[in-house]
Design a protein around this ligand. Structure first.
Ligand code: PGA
Length: 251
């Protein structure tokens, strides 16, 4: 049984007091909703406030990115152990916005996953095709390349979460249909089975991300290989994010 995981990627939004307020509302609105893992990923500068606001609620704290070196002359970067120190248990790695705007490659994704695992941070590893990729029929080829490169030499998947986020569905209001999403999720699970092992395939959570809202979450989550969601826009609205968390529990 894979426990559902609902993660909010807050991107470049919210200062620390807004983060505190949002977390407070989510805690109040999801009171009593057990049986689902909830994770939030505020900006680095709000992690401290987020940790305090989370308190003993059980909400997990994620960094939106991570660097692979432990220390040194890397101006502007944040080491994995520093994220642990700031209260994170999770790290989003390889988000398409990092790939698109900040030169993230499968090779750097691989280094980041290894660095996260080394300090006990659980990676949420994002993969996904662009619109061009989908329209030219290369979705599986693109995803496979990201999986092969991103997970090079990684054989222990016990701490890994994969997020399938079609780039064309992120922030566009166009979500993948449940059938489209399920097809790619099944492809990812089969890839894990072949390359890591059947146990890993059975136990690894694969999240869907890309315009998930309270109104479409239930049908996406009903798919057999969709184990949760990585949510941007809707996770910034306490009512919507909490509704998705509650509906995941009910399934
Ligand atoms: P969205 O973002 O829900 O706003 O489409 C998802 C993501 O980027 O993780």
């Amino acid at each position: 049984m894979r426990k559902r995981l609902i993660a909010g990627n807050w991107k470049l939004q919210n200062n620390s007091s807004q983060t505190t307020e949002l977390i407070g509302k989510i805690i109040a609105l999801t009171a009593g909703a057990g049986g689902v893992d909830t994770v939030v990923a505020p900006t680095f500068t709000s992690l401290h406030a987020a940790r305090a606001a989370i308190g003993s609620s059980g909400i997990g704290l994620a960094a939106q990115d991570i660097f692979w070196e432990e220390k040194g002359a890397f101006t502007g970067e944040i080491a994995p152990a520093m994220l642990v120190d700031a209260g994170c248990q999770w790290a989003i790695i390889g988000h398409s916005e990092r790939r698109q705007y900040f030169g993230e490659t499968d090779e750097t994704v691989n280094k980041k996953i290894k660095a996260a695992l080394k300090v006990g941070l659980k990676p949420i590893v994002c993969v996904g095709e662009t619109l061009d990729g989908r329209e030219s029929g290369k979705t599986e080829q693109i995803i496979e390349k990201q999986l092969v490169g991103g997970f090079k030499d990684i054989t222990d998947f016990s701490q890994i979460v994969v997020a399938y986020e079609p780039v064309w569905a992120i922030g566009t209001g166009k979500n993948a249909s449940p059938a489209q999403a399920q097809e790619v999720h099944a492809f990812i699970r089969t890839w894990i089975a072949k390359n890591v092992g059947k146990g890993a395939a059975d136990n690894t959570r694969i999240l869907y991300g890309g315009s998930v809202k309270a109104s479409n979450a239930a049908e996406l989550l009903a798919c057999p290989d969709i184990d949760g969601a990585l949510i941007g826009g809707a996770s910034l609205i306490a009512d919507d994010f909490s509704a998705i968390i509650r509906l995941s529990v009910e399934k």
